[in-house]
Design a protein around this ligand. Sequence first.
Ligand code: URA
Length: 216
Amino acid sequence: MVHNLSNSPGLLQVFLGELRDKEIQKDRERFRRNLERLGQIMAYEISKTLPAKEVTVESPLAPATISVPAAEPVLCCVLRAGLPFFNGFQDYFSKSDCAFIGAYRGHNKEDLSFDIELEYAAMPEIEGRHIFLIDPMLATGKSIVKAAEAFFRRGKPSSITIASVIASPEGIDWVEKSLPDSDIWVAAIDKELNSHAYIVPGLGDAGDLAFGPKTA
Ligand code: URA
């Protein structure tokens, strides 16, 4: 199921607008900070849908019962662009175990095509746990699906939640086809992918904007 948070106005739209703005996004620190803020907002929105349990806390005056997530999800950061967005999730799910997956586009020399290469995977026990795959740009959807497959090789999670800032319709289609039981959370679904598989209008290269251009 797709949860599109762009359907309501509010601060999420302000931070997303700053990420997209070609002048404001030149401020690398602000770019990272806005990704982190969106991670916090999305973590909060998703938390409302997680299985809950009631706990009682003692205030100085009397016991009070509250409803909280029954278990912390495992947060998986898809490196490198995922880092600031992931930090926002970790700010709120502060006790979560975390996983890290390194995914990059291995470009073919002859044309614009590429394969997704996974090079680094560090993950905790995942059997029966809620996994959040955190990557700000859901472009082709190939890296998120490969990341999910890396989890499936280690065990059977109870659920897969994909969190992205901007998705393309192609990326959503690919994930829905490849991971039909997953939940997809996005702050926006944009028009299309260009010939380099960048999301249009999108925001550009999230990794380069957050951390600087790479040479390989
Ligand atoms: N990764 C990005 O950083 N931007 C895109 O538009 C697509 C993939």
